[in-house]
Design a protein. Structure first.
Length: 175
């Protein structure tokens, strides 16, 4: 059986699912130190993602919509009725929960103090991120995109096709 492959938007390369953990862990290890953080940001200060940017990033995913099943204070971002991100956008500090492969989730928690097991979610598959300025904007966006990709990859093929989403290696994929 052929191993599924996913085109990671963050890395802009095609990798087998089993290698995603390694790539994100390597990225995490590169920014643990101040030197690594400076190299990643070009020496610029890492600024905080705000609620407006967070909402826009989530809604920029194809077919994404915002829902409020847990009350008006909790924004739930879904695709095809499945949740890929959750945030209380009015809360300070801003926090975001995203779906994550279990191996990657553990690596990220070990690498970043701002990433911990999902709050009130399945801690094996979800991480909650505190957006306090300690994480690069790009990493936050990558985690949102990867969460979306994980959810969409589990949808029926017809739904994925309607969204225009194809993992690399699947017929119809663009390179």
């Amino acid at each position: 059986m052929r191993q599924p492959v996913l085109r990671l938007r963050s890395a802009r390369i095609d990798v087998p699912w089993s290698r995603r953990s390694l790539l994100l862990a390597q990225n995490a290890n590169n920014v643990r130190s101040e030197a690594g953080r400076a190299a990643l940001t070009g020496g610029a200060t890492i600024r905080r993602v705000n609620a407006t940017e967070l909402r826009a990033c989530c809604l920029a995913q194809v077919g994404a919509f915002e829902d409020f099943p847990f009350g008006p204070e909790h924004s739930v971002f879904k695709v095809a009725g499945k949740m890929f991100a959750l945030s209380a956008l009015d809360r300070t500090p801003l926090e975001l929960s995203v779906k994550c492969e279990p191996e990657i989730a553990v690596d990220l928690r070990a690498s970043y103090a701002a990433i911990r097991p999902g709050y009130h979610l399945n801690k094996r598959h979800w991480n909650t991120i505190t957006l306090d300025g300690s994480l690069p904007d790009r990493l936050v966006r990558d985690l949102i995109e990867d969460s979306y990709d994980l959810v969409v990859s589990a949808l029926p093929k017809r739904t994925r096709e309607q969204l225009g989403w194809h993992p690399a290696g699947e017929s119809g994929a663009t390179g």
